[in-house]
Design a protein around this ligand. Structure first.
Ligand SMILES: O=C(O)c1cc(=O)[nH]c(=O)n1[C@@H]1O[C@H](COP(=O)(O)O)[C@@H](O)[C@H]1O
Length: 270
């Protein structure tokens, strides 16, 4: 294992948690009381991090919520703040392209500790990420969305579904011990199959919480030798939406409570 997974293991042990808190700071859902702040998404994330870091093995901002000028600034501040709390950051960017383009995408790892990548363009498109030995590279394998089966379950001539081939390839690409898979909690059977197929790869398992995935399967099959991540985004960061209007303490307190509850629930299965 290299730096990212070593750090993640330490973090999991220290806080006794495999929770990845998804920082999907949707501008449409940032509470009104933060509207007048410079960079409301950063103001929001800072408070979320303050409220949840004791329960977080990792933070996972999804790039979709930051891809504008203010957004990138908010993201940079957020990552630095998470690092200040010694929490690793996995940037959910789902990138990869032809070589020179991917090399620029891989620069995202100058700031974040790990990234999600899309394997559709094959090995060379992932090389710039894989060669960053210190970083974690999570390859999309069997996604949590309803259409995940459209392509990923297609049977190859060998009879195996495409997602299993992706896992086998990711295992081959793991020359530096820095590769993980993304497998949704909404696909518990596929999680089980994949854990047998690639016993050594840690998984990022999204889809518990708002998407209703299987938390027990996420833990049972997501961890490789105790290392892996189970992500919830909206279910944690927007847990305070029922708090009384303008009550900042209650709003972010609810996020902390949601993170703690998920930590406890997942720990029952570890
Ligand atoms: O790569 C991911 O993290 C990901 C893969 C996948 O199969 N499904 C999935 O939901 N995700 C991401 O995980 C997060 C899930 O958010 P919630 O449904 O709000 O918990 C979002 O940022 C998604 O983009």
């Amino acid at each position: 294992m290299t730096a990212f997974f070593d750090h993640l293991r330490e973090r999991i042990d220290r806080v006794d948690s495999v929770v990845s808190v998804g920082l999907d700071a949707d501008p449409d859902r940032i509470p009104d009381f933060l509207d007048d702040r410079d960079l409301p998404r950063w103001a929001f994330n800072r408070r979320i991090i303050d409220a949840t870091h004791e329960h977080a093995a990792c933070y996972k901002p999804n790039a979709a919520f930051y891809e504008d000028a203010d957004g990138w600034r908010a993201l940079r501040e957020t990552i630095a703040y998470a690092h200040g709390k010694d929490v690793p950051v996995l940037l959910d960017a789902k990138r990869a392209d032809i070589g020179n383009t991917s090399r620029r995408y891989a620069d995202l790892l100058d700031t974040a500790d790990a990234i999600t990548v899309n394997p559709y363009m094959g090995r060379d498109s992932l090389d710039p990420f894989l060669s960053r030995e210190e970083a974690g590279v999570f390859v999309l394998c069997r996604t949590s969305n309803p259409g995940g089966a459209d392509l990923q379950d297609l049977e190859l001539a060998s009879g195996e579904p495409l997602y299993r081939r992706v896992a086998a390839l990711a295992d081959l690409w793991n020359e530096h011990g820095n590769v993980g898979l993304v497998v949704g909690a909404t696909a518990p059977e596929e999680l089980e199959t994949l854990r047998q197929e690639v016993p050594d790869l840690p998984f990022l398992v999204p889809g518990v919480g708002a998407q209703g995935g299987d938390a027990e399967a996420a833990v049972e099959y997501g961890l490789a030798d105790g290392v892996g991540l189970v992500n919830s985004s909206r279910g944690i960061i927007f847990a305070g939406e029922d708090a009384p209007d303008g009550d900042e303490g209650a709003y972010f307190g609810a996020a902390g409570q949601a993170a703690r509850q998920l930590q406890r629930r997942l720990n029952q299965f570890r």
